[in-house]
Design a protein. Structure first.
Length: 798
């Protein structure tokens, strides 16, 4: 039945003859099923249909960890019943085309769909498909519930036949459009039109109607606020279905398909704190079987069940995270986006989450959560996960590898070409130095020793849930992962090898106070405690003297930077014993190189991500007592998971397979001078304290030490700690990638002499791409250097 715009809407009853014509095409099996359903339907009397919200519907409330109200989900405000005459015919056609294309001719059940579903259910050995018509869907949602059992499906089908006998097709479609759930708390087409587009149902365009029709199957999956591309793809499918049913021409569908997705801008009064976090809470509630067997049941409970949902969000930390992002990325029109996740490593509680710049901005992608839904290359921030895998296999952190500027490694039927960032190079370095300097070439060799499959397996154990390819380049962050995944993995390091999966909701109670859900911790030992401690000790040096120096906060910190290919992504993930925070910076639209003139600076993990982390964590921990990391060599108590004693003699940073003569010097750079002195004195060393100028640390913080951390010295040896006194020193600016003229001008402006060396870098392709640009600097970027000294820069010839 072709219902075009302007066609009369008659009170047509069921077209039995048309239905019987369809039956002639069905097989004998279908006829038997149909007779059984019709026979069953005869036992029912007249049915009164009143599409209303369940009785005693109450609003649900989402609470922060401190008891503050985050959001009230208002029951009953998102349903308005309207007459079918008000709903544009093209909206009706969109629903029919995608949900039940034979709606106008069947008798309440679609025999062809039943046969198809029957075949699939037999193949699966369970009720996985119901072949439901619009009439059956209405019966299920408004009358009998959503249990997926054979008895319930038979009851649903027989009731659908009964409904078709009592009501016209138009009445049934009106009932359906007033009760079906479109997501975002919107029951019925009128509420959906207002929620998503800010218009009444009567004003819906063809494109808007097609998008709403596409939501019915899976409102959460195709939510245009959260998944705009998925919603557009689904809209395309609906428009094509309308073409197939002759409701639209191909040219009309194409025109609507090319239309932009313009959604309703949120009302400022609807703004609420921690919006990206709140959306994850909703997602949890709508996906967890504790709240209903089907999506519809869970949605009804969430929006009308009068629930009190207690969450893990810390409002103060949330405010601090957002403020840090806004301070560093101060130009919302030009600067990239950022995602931030903070987790309590001891519990897995997600304490703060920044998923984008402006959740309430109104743009289609504004509600896309970059912290949980975006997956991007992690760069070198993935290296500690491979380091953990290596230590688990018995490879010591004292193991040495060559670290040339570039290297070629044979792999199956190919050559893997690897180069270090900025052309940096070392001769032979151990794994501590390879991590501190983030040498790609050394880690590439380590990956081949560990094996990609084993490395990826450990990453999964640590908490990376994204699909990971077991390929050599995984060590350099080739796989796409989310900021949440990386934060969970580092939280496992902070929790000494025990993983806690991320937690958003701790308890849910009903309107009478009955507990519907209570979070039950299930910690899992992912790696040995000594392995986690060893990784932490190495990552402390990344902060104290490596690529993460901008993340120093005056207390023990461990972490790692990461920079994606062509500067398209930048990461910093770091932790104290108390908190773990992951920061990602990049463009939501894709991997756009974050280099001038696109950005104000060349963005790496050690720049904006580390700066956001430093600002945020300094404030977050301001009132928290300074706590040092606990290491295996200082801990002889039995492991709570294994009952065995931890390694006490080898030293966490020396590697579990290595016995070292003498005493291992702890790395105390970045600590308060009093704490550093206490640690070193307790270890049997004589501490000498000097006051020095330093532009990286606040006064009273250890800026450097001699001998350096991880050195092996005699018991009772003298350790010199240089404590920042508040005076500043000059450092070599970052001129990698600049032209000779610009680099020279910047270095001279900083007070340095410049030695230009025209020399081509060893990688021909890189040299061609970087003609006329600086590819090496000595002393390196960030090195402390007295004005008047000379900085050598190497330039690729043009």
């Amino acid at each position: 039945m072709n219902r075009s715009e302007g066609s009369a809407q008659s009170s047509t009853t069921t077209d039995t003859a048309g239905a019987q014509g369809g039956w002639s095409l069905a097989r004998a099996t279908t006829i038997v099923v149909a007779f059984a359903l019709v026979a069953t339907s005869c036992t029912y009397t007249a049915i009164a249909l009143a599409p209303t919200i369940p009785p005693n519907a109450e609003a649900s409330t989402i609470m922060a960890a401190d008891g503050a109200e985050l959001l009230t989900l208002h029951a009953g405000e998102n349903r308005t019943e309207i007459s079918l005459e008000i709903v544009p015919v093209h909206v009706q056609n969109a629903i029919v085309a995608i949900e039940d294309r034979r709606f106008w001719t069947h008798i309440g059940i679609d025999l062809r769909s039943i046969l198809r579903a029957l075949r699939r259910n037999i193949d699966e050995g369970d009720i996985v498909e119901g072949g439901s018509t619009i009439t059956q869907q209405f019966v299920k949602n408004a009358i009998i519930g959503t249990d997926r059992t054979l008895d319930r499906k038979i009851e649903e089908a027989s009731l659908a036949i009964q409904v078709e006998r009592q009501y016209t097709k138009e009445e049934i479609l009106e009932f359906y459009l007033n009760t079906v759930y479109f997501g975002a708390g919107a029951y019925g087409i009128e509420a959906a039109a207002q929620v998503y587009f800010g218009v009444t149902a009567s004003d819906l365009t063809v494109g808007q109607g097609a998008l709403l029709a596409g939501l019915v199957k899976a409102p959460s999956t195709f939510d245009p606020f959260v998944n705009p591309q998925g919603a557009l793809d689904r809209r395309s499918l609906v428009l094509q279905a309308m073409v197939d049913e002759d409701y639209l021409t191909n040219s009309e569908a194409s025109a609507w398909n090319n239309g932009d997705l313009v959604l309703k801008a949120p009302d400022p009064e609807d703004h609420y704190e921690g919006a990206y976090f709140v959306e994850e809470v909703k997602r949890f509630m709508l996906e967890h079987v504790a709240f209903g067997r089907t999506y519809e049941e869970r949605a009804r409970l969430l929006f009308t069940g009068g629930l009190t949902i207690e969450t893990t969000l810390d409002p103060a930390l949330q405010t601090g995270a957002e403020a840090a992002v806004n301070l560093v990325l101060s130009d919302p029109q030009a600067d990239p986006n950022s995602a931030v996740v903070t987790i309590d490593p001891a519990t897995g509680y997600v304490l703060a989450m920044v998923g984008g710049r402006d959740f309430f901005g109104g743009a289609p992608a504004s509600k896309f959560n970059l912290a949980t839904q975006a997956a991007r290359p992690s760069g070198s921030s993935f290296k500690p996960l491979v380091l953990a895998a290596a230590i688990e296999e018995g490879i010591s952190t004292s193991q040495e590898y060559s670290a040339p500027a570039n290297i070629e490694i044979p792999i199956t039927n190919d050559i893997w070409e690897v180069e270090n960032y900025g052309g940096s190079a070392g001769e032979t370095v151990n794994l501590v130095e390879a991590t501190v300097r983030s040498y790609n070439t050394a880690y590439a060799q380590l990956m081949m020793d560990v094996g990609p499959a084993d490395a990826v397996a450990v990453a999964r154990d640590l908490g990376v849930s994204a699909p990971l390819q077991a390929i050599p380049s995984a060590v350099l962050g080739a796989n796409d992962v989310s900021p949440l995944d990386m934060t969970v993995a580092y939280a496992t390091f902070a929790n000494r090898g025990v993983r806690n999966d991320p937690v958003y909701v701790t308890r849910v109670t009903g309107p009478d106070g009955e507990v519907i859900y209570q979070y039950d911790p299930s910690p899992l030992r992912a790696i040995d405690r000594s392995t986690a401690d060893e990784v932490t000790a190495v990552l402390q040096q990344v902060i104290s003297r490596g690529t993460g120096v901008r993340a120093r906060i005056g207390r023990p910190v461990a972490g790692k930077t990461g920079t994606g290919q062509n500067w398209g992504d930048a990461w910093f993930v770091g932790y104290t014993p108390d908190l773990v925070t992951g920061v990602w910076v990049g463009y939501a639209e894709g991997q756009i190189p974050m280099v001038p003139p696109q950005t104000r600076i060349r963005v790496t993990g050690g720049t904006w991500p580390a700066e956001i982390w430093q600002l945020y964590m300094t404030a977050a921990l301001a009132e928290v007592p300074i706590v040092d990391f606990t290491f295996a060599e200082l801990d002889a108590e039995p492991d709570s998971e294994t009952g065995s004693e931890s390694a006490a003699s080898a030293g966490a940073t020396a590697g579990p397979t290595t016995t070292i003569p003498g005493e291992l010097v702890r790395d105390v750079v970045g600590m308060q001078s009093e704490l550093a002195s206490e640690i070193l004195t307790r270890a049997g060393f004589v501490v000498v304290e000097n006051s020095v100028p330093d532009d990286q640390y606040p006064p009273g913080i250890v800026a450097s030490q001699t001998p350096t951390g991880e050195s092996i010295v005699e018991t009772g040896a003298e350790i010199v700690i240089n404590v920042a006194n508040g005076q500043k020193v000059r450092r070599v600016p970052d001129v990698l990638g600049e032209s000779a003229e610009v680099a020279t001008a910047r270095l001279r402006a900083a007070g340095y002499e410049v030695d230009l060396i025209d020399e081509v870098e060893s990688d021909p392709r890189a040299a061609e791409l970087r003609q006329g640009q600086v590819w090496k600097v000595d002393p390196g970027t960030g090195a402390a250097l007295v004005p008047g000294e000379t900085v050598a820069i190497w330039i690729n010839p043009t």
